[in-house]
Write a protein that binds this ligand. Structure first.
Ligand code: GLY
Length: 350
C-alpha cells in the first residue's frame, strides 16, 4: 500500500493499494466522529462494491444508509443533487456524519458538491473505482454538477477527509473505461515526468498500477498544494482539455472524456511542432504513446467547429484562451493565445 499526504485547505491522506475496500470502516473510524454514514454510488458500482463497503463500515460501528443513482454523466445534474440533499435531510444526517463517494468521477464530483453544501459542509471520503477518478478527480477538491449550459459549471473547491483507492476495483472496469483513465495518466507523463512517460512506453496497458497511480497522485498533490484554487500552476492539468472539450461537445458527449483529451493532446502536440515550440521527435513520442494505448489521435470535426465549442470552455479568460503546450516530454508551458488565433492553431494540429 502507498500513502500520499496532501496538505491544502484541509490535510488528508490518499491510500492506494489492493484490498483496501475492506479497511474502509477502520480508516473512516480513525477520522470521523460520525455515527451514521451515507454511501453515495451509482447503479453500476453499487452492485459490485456497495455491500463490501457497507459491511466494512457496519463492522466499524457505523449506521449505514445508501443513495444510488443511475450511472452516467446525465445524472450529474441539479435534480439528482437536490434528491441527494433531500435524502440526507430526511435521514437526519448531521454535521458530524459523513458521506462516502463510492464510484468514478461523476459520483465523486456530485457527492463532493453535496458534502460542500449540505448543512454548509460535512465530511466526505472519496473511494474512486475508476482509473480516471483514482489519478485525477478524487484528489484536489474540485466538486461540481453540470448545468444545461455546460459541464461542471456549478461547483466548489472542497477537499475530502480521505481518499481510499482499492486498486482491485480496476479489475472489473470495462477495457474502454480503463483506457479513458489512461489518457489522464499519459497527460501526467507529458506534463511533468519523463520517467513515467518512459514506463508507460515500455509497459503499455500492463503498466504497474499501484506505482503509476501513486506517482500521478503525487504529481497532482504537488500541483494542488501550489495552486489549490486553480489560478496558475493547476491550469496545466488542462493539457488537451480545451480542444478535447470541443471534441466532446461536437460529439454531444458520445466521445468520452478520456478519448477527447487524447485527441486534444495530439492536436496540441502537432500544432506545437508546426509552430516550432517542440521538436518533431517530441510530437511523435506523444502521438505514438497515445496510439499505443488504443486511444484516438484524430478527429472528424473541423477547426471551425472545434474552435466554437472550445470558446465555451470555462478556462477562457476574456479575449484569451490558456492552452497548455508541450515543449518536451515532462515540460509543458501555459500558452495564452488570443481567441482570434485559436482556430488557426487548431487547424495546424489537425
Ligand atoms: N482535473 C483537473 C484539476 O483537478 O484541476
Amino acid at each position: 500500500m502507498k500513502t500520499i499526504e496532501v496538505t491544502a485547505s484541509r490535510s488528508y491522506q490518499v491510500l492506494i493499494g489492493s484490498g483496501l475496500l475492506s479497511a474502509l470502516g477502520r480508516e473512516v473510524k480513525k477520522l470521523c466522529k460520525a455515527s451514521k454514514v451515507a454511501i453515495v454510488s451509482d447503479s453500476i458500482v453499487f452492485p459490485l462494491y456497495g455491500e463490501r463497503a457497507a459491511s466494512s463500515l457496519r463492522e466499524a460501528g457505523f449506521e449505514v444508509i445508501d443513495f444510488v443513482f443511475p450511472a452516467g454523466e446525465e445524472s450529474k445534474n441539479g435534480r439528482v443533487y437536490l434528491e441527494l440533499l433531500n435524502f440526507l435531510a430526511e435521514n437526519h444526517i448531521t454535521r458530524s456524519d459523513c458521506l462516502i463517494a463510492l464510484g468514478g468521477g461523476v459520483v465523486g464530483d456530485l457527492t463532493g458538491f453535496a458534502a460542500a453544501t449540505f448543512l454548509r459542509g460535512i465530511d466526505f471520503i472519496q473511494v474512486p473505482t475508476t482509473l480516471l477518478a483514482a489519478v485525477d478527480s478524487s484528489v484536489g477538491g474540485k466538486t461540481a454538477i453540470d448545468l444545461p449550459a455546460g459541464k461542471n459549471l456549478c461547483g466548489a473547491f472542497y477537499q475530502p477527509k480521505l481518499v481510499l483507492c482499492d486498486t482491485d476495483a480496476l479489475n472489473t472496469l470495462p477495457e474502454d473505461i480503463f483506457r479513458d483513465g489512461c489518457a489522464e495518466v499519459i497527460k501526467y507523463g507529458i506534463l511533468y515526468d519523463p520517467a513515467l512517460f518512459a514506463h508507460l512506453t515500455q509497459f503499455g496497458l500492463a503498466f504497474h498500477r499501484e506505482d503509476v497511480i501513486a506517482r500521478c497522485v503525487e504529481l497532482k498533490r504537488d500541483v494542488v498544494m501550489e495552486d489549490e484554487f486553480d489560478t496558475g500552476a493547476r491550469m496545466k492539468l488542462n493539457l488537451g482539455h480545451t480542444i478535447g472539450h470541443g471534441v466532446e461537445a461536437q460529439s454531444h458527449f458520445s466521445i468520452s472524456h478520456g478519448k477527447a483529451v487524447a485527441i486534444g493532446m495530439a492536436i496540441v502536440a502537432r500544432a506545437a511542432q508546426r509552430q516550432k515550440l517542440c521538436t518533431a521527435e517530441t510530437k511523435e513520442q506523444i502521438v505514438a504513446l497515445i496510439q499505443q494505448f488504443g486511444l484516438p489521435t484524430e478527429t472528424e470535426y473541423d477547426a471551425e467547429s472545434l474552435y466554437k465549442s472550445a470558446l465555451s470552455d470555462k478556462k477562457r479568460a476574456g479575449g484569451t484562451v490558456n492552452l497548455i503546450v508541450p515543449i518536451a516530454i515532462g515540460n509543458c508551458i501555459l500558452y495564452p493565445i488570443e481567441v482570434t488565433k485559436l482556430q488557426s492553431f487548431i487547424q495546424e494540429g489537425l
